[in-house]
Design a protein around this ligand. Structure first.
Ligand code: UDX
Length: 428
């Protein structure tokens, strides 16, 4: 079966390459001609472990194109995986999705199964169905379904090939989409959750909302632990062993970032607001995250009262194993510290400081350069190479002795045994 994937971002490209590796014929479409040119040469436009190798080995099954018209005409199954970024008011922008619908409407002459992969507000897929009709597509020529994506950046391939579930939202009476997807995903065995279109959309939001809630929960408990001189990782372990709670996503630190949690929680809050639904938990989860870096900044200011001293920040990406700095808590922290007046120096193995703050900070090509003569080191992203540091050597390179662990990954006792002052959150 010929498959067309519209959108070559994290979701669309990973899906395209994975399906190609499973011997499906894929046409991956994107409006960005530079991106397509790069992809044709085998260059992935972002850092995602192992994706380039899989592209190389599946190259014969995948073509990259900007020509949506030809791709749609020659495909039976169409995945839409375009971005839905936040608008000013927090709502998800559906501009890219609507633009795709226009393109689709002009190119549907034979039956198409249209699957929305993008994260979209509840009711959007029903609207997609409606809009295609309004744009003149005959109802017997298409069916719309929702099949949200749950992959994590940095683990995209693993998560696509070994998902914990496959969620499919279908319209009443749709008997073809689920069997079709089960055939396409035959080599990816998972439990299926079959629901209506809006149900699938809401599962995606609820999933991210719940994970973000766990993080904000543990960060709030870390604030409590701070006051009572208790080790937060012991609490995480203690509650995590309860199978009703589970041990994942209980790592306290500077908070969550990335292209999904902040955006999706804002979108959900917007939806709740316009529908007059009270969501106090949702509000609290975001509020805790938005204020989490302030805890660190206050502690740093106490330890480094000379507000122009040199600080080295390790990590700018929103988490390890990605070059993505979107809504990165590290960037927010760097911005605050630079605004206060500190001389901020950063290093990241893959990520680059966004252009708008490049004049405020210095990015170095090596960790040593960033650390040299600094009064403090802050760990903002838990890249594996930052976890085991030669503390004795580092002490000799630094001008001061403040260590700030924004991910609670360093051994506090070990760090302190080298004469450093250690700051974390909820550490004993
Ligand atoms: C997330 C969801 O996990 C994924 O299912 C969805 O499809 C997209 O959003 P991603 O944004 O790639 O994936 O990253 P994830 O690994 O979930 O981490 C999100 C943020 O939470 C990161 O900033 C991470 O550092 C932070 N985090 C995660 C914590 O602070 N503590 C934890 O215990 C776990």
């Amino acid at each position: 079966m010929n498959i067309c994937v519209i959108g070559a971002g994290y979701v669309g490209l990973t899906l395209s390459i994975t399906l190609a590796s499973l011997d499906h014929q894929i046409q991956c479409v994107d409006k960005d001609s530079n991106k397509i040119t790069q992809l044709e040469k085998g260059v992935i436009p972002f850092y995602e472990p192992e994706l380039d190798d899989l592209l190389q080995s599946s190259r014969k099954n995948i073509t990259f194109t900007t020509n949506i018209s030809d791709a749609v005409k020659s495909s039976d199954l169409i995945f839409i995986a375009v971005g839905t970024p936040s608008r000013q008011d927090g709502s998800a922008s559906l501009l890219a999705l609507y633009s795709v619908l226009n393109d689709l409407s002009q190119n549907i002459t034979t039956f198409k199964t249209i699957i929305v992969k993008s994260t979209v507000p509840p009711g959007t897929c029903e609207e997609v169905h409606q809009k295609l009709a309004e744009l003149g597509v005959a109802s017997h020529l298409y069916v719309v379904a929702s099949n949200p994506e749950f992959l994590r950046e940095g683990n995209a391939l693993h998560d696509t090939l070994h998902p914990d579930k496959t969620v499919v939202g279908i319209k009443d009476g749709d008997t073809t989409t689920v069997p079709l997807l089960k055939t396409i995903y035959e080599k990816i065995p998972t439990p299926y959750i079959i629901t209506n279109l809006t149900g699938a959309e809401l599962i995606k939001y609820a999933n991210n909302y719940f994970l973000a809630t766990k993080i904000s929960f543990i960060n709030e408990m870390a604030r409590v632990s701070d006051k009572f001189n208790v080790e937060i990782s012991h609490i995480a372990q203690g509650i995590g062993l309860d199978p009703r709670i589970g041990k994942e996503f209980l790592q306290a630190g500077i908070g969550y970032g990335g292209s999904c949690f902040p955006k999706d929680l804002k979108a959900l809050q917007y939806i709740a607001k316009i529908n007059q639904i009270e969501t106090p938990i949702l509000h609290a989860v975001q509020q805790i995250n938005d204020t989490q870096i302030n805890l660190y900044v206050e502690k740093i200011k106490k330890q480094l009262p000379n507000l122009s001293e040199k600080i080295a920040v390790l990590g700018v990406t929103f988490k390890a194993h990605t070059d993505d700095t979107r809504s990165s808590q590290s960037i927010a922290l760097i911005q605050q510290l630079a605004t206060i007046g500190y001389d901020v120096n950063v290093y990241d193995p893959k990520g680059t400081i966004p252009t708008e703050i490049q004049s405020m900070v210095t990015q170095h090509p090596s960790m040593e350069d960033a650390i040299k003569n600094s009064h403090s080191i802050i760990l903002a992203t838990d890249w594996p190479e930052f976890v085991l540091l030669p503390w004795k050597k580092i002490k000799e390179m630094m001008a001061g002795s403040l260590i700030v662990d924004g991910r609670n990954v360093w051994d506090k006792n070990e760090v302190e045994s080298h004469g450093f002052t250690y700051i974390g959150v909820g550490r004993r």
